[in-house]
Ligand binder design. Structure first.
Ligand code: PRT
Ligand code: MG
Length: 216
């Protein structure tokens, strides 16, 4: 059978994917948190993992450098999904993409008055579509991390970021005022690879589906 490459990011995606891989009979030979290897062999012959930045996963799969990947819906919305088949919501790494503002900021009033809001986010495409659909005028400021800091130092009025427990917002005196979309990680497959290597890929999709309790 042709070899299969699976793209994963370290951290929560890797950790929450491990049980699903195991259910598919795949056990990584190294731990990406401790090993510096970016290509990791597995217990299953012909299946290897590559370790990529979370936001790069769709790119590796889109160009066929990986056959399969696991990426957050947040990352997929920003990427656009070109060349990707998205057969499964894995239900892992769940959170919500939200608009948040400082405790004292009256978001509803600002929106009502038609104020122009400065919004800092890593999710510029998704944020642009969200505010455009609501008819809210925004200037978007692209950041690569620590979005929660932006309103505290006058860089922005609001942020668009992922929230899970809400502890990060709370610790920084921010509050969520609007949900944009619920987020979870998706299985993504290169469209051409699915056709050419279906015999190897379909059983993996089925095993992941069974492990997440999804019917075929
Ligand atoms: O870290 P790096 O810059 O390399 O990339 P990344 O931050 O995109 O990767 P990673 O591994 O942190 O996240 C991978 C994926 O996990 C994301 O694309 C999401 O789909 C998903 N996910 C689930 C989350 C969270 N929950 C989450 N809470 N990603 C990030 N967070 C952050 C959030 O940005 C905020 O800063 O955690 C903070 C909020 O958490 P709470 O619990 O305090 O609300
Ligand atoms: Mg991170």
């Amino acid at each position: 059978m042709s070899p299969i490459t699976i793209a994963l990011s370290k951290g929560r995606i890797f950790e929450e994917t491990l049980p699903l891989l195991k259910a598919a009979g795949i056990v990584p030979r190294d731990d990406p948190e401790t090993s510096r290897k970016l290509i990791i062999a597995t217990s299953r012959p012909g299946v290897r993992l590559i370790i990529v930045r979370a936001s790069d996963t769709p790119t590796y799969v889109q160009y066929g450098a990986a056959d399969i990947g696991i990426a957050g819906k947040d990352v997929l919305l920003e990427h656009g999904g070109d060349g990707l088949y998205q057969p499964l919501d894995l239900g892992i790494a769940a959170c919500r993409l939200m608009v948040a503002v400082p405790q004292g900021f009256d978001y509803a009033q600002a929106v009502k008055q038609g104020a122009r809001l400065r919004v800092a986010t890593k999710y510029v495409q998704t944020a642009r579509e969200h505010f455009a659909a609501k008819g809210v005028h925004v200037d978007l400021i692209k950041l690569y991390g620590s979005m929660e800091l932006a309103p505290l130092v006058g860089l922005a009025d609001a942020i668009v970021d992922l929230v899970s427990s809400g502890n990060t917002l709370k610790a920084n005196n921010l509050r969520a005022v609007e949900q944009i979309v619920p987020i979870s990680a998706r299985l993504i497959v290169n469209v051409a690879a699915l056709k050419l290597k279906r015999a190897a890929i379909q059983p993996l999709i089925d095993a992941f589906a069974a492990a997440t309790g999804k019917p075929k």
